[in-house]
Design a protein around this ligand. Structure first.
Ligand code: SAM
Length: 218
């Protein structure tokens, strides 16, 4: 398949799966049109790269459904000058999208082989403002805190206290919270004060578990 086919599929994906479901942020739509999802999955899955679904990646994990990547990115309300933390690098695809929406992205992945592959894929895409860290992202990445926005792409029993503490006042955190196996609530938490927060329910979702010290037992 040629690159032209992938580009056409990408445009159709944005129109049919993302705009049609109500994502309107022009910067998010442009980022989704620009990032080649096929380059973040193994060659055997490239033909399915623009399907309206998650896909398997290495380490028995998944690359999220494109619509969910766009919805979470839009919910972060990024303007372009922010420092963002992503927990759950996975393939690196969402980090590549965030790289186009913010100034600086730190992404934490606990499976070393995924962190290594994502680092290479992001470098191949020229995403020089993304740093992939290996570690337990349920504890955030304090070295680069505080963050204007935090996105967690795995589901925990609740929002980890460490992540809230690393969020600036006024910052947004988007994360699925709920059962380990089953449906979760995709939440946006806004830090409204030193000890105050506002929570909004965005959508029911189904994500792989957030493991680690402030997630589910590994
Ligand atoms: N954002 C990814 C993408 O664009 O491909 C999708 C992420 S996948 C749905 C969830 C990822 O979270 C998996 O790669 C998993 O290993 C990772 N994960 C789960 N618990 C974690 C933790 N405590 N710290 C860092 N990564 C974690």
């Amino acid at each position: 398949m040629s690159r032209i086919d992938f580009a056409a599929r990408r445009r159709a994906m944005v129109a049919q799966q993302i705009e049609a479901r109500g994502v309107t942020d022009a910067r998010v739509l442009a980022a989704m049109r620009a990032v080649p999802r096929e380059n973040f999955v193994s060659p055997s899955w490239q033909d399915e790269a623009y399907h309206d679904s998650p896909l398997p990646i290495e380490g028995k994990q998944t690359i999220s459904q494109p619509y969910i990547v766009a919805l979470m990115a839009e919910a972060l309300q990024l303007k372009g000058d922010e420092r963002v933390l992503e927990v759950g690098t996975g393939s690196g695809y969402a980090a590549a999208v965030l790289a186009r929406l913010a100034a600086e992205v730190h992404s934490v992945e606990c499976i070393p082989v995924l962190a290594g592959l994502a680092t290479k894929r992001l470098a191949a895409q020229g995403c020089s403002n993304v740093t992939v860290h290996r570690g337990d992202g349920s504890l955030g990445w304090p070295e680069a805190a505080p963050y204007d926005a935090v996105v967690v792409t795995a589901a925990g029993p609740d929002v980890p206290a460490a992540l809230k503490a690393q969020l600036k006042l006024g910052g947004r955190l988007v994360m699925p919270v709920g059962e380990r196996h089953g449906l979760q609530d995709l939440l946006r938490l806004t830090r409204t004060g030193e000890h105050d927060e506002r929570r909004e329910l965005l959508l029911p979702v189904r994500f792989v578990p957030l493991t680690g010290e402030q997630g589910w037992p590994g």
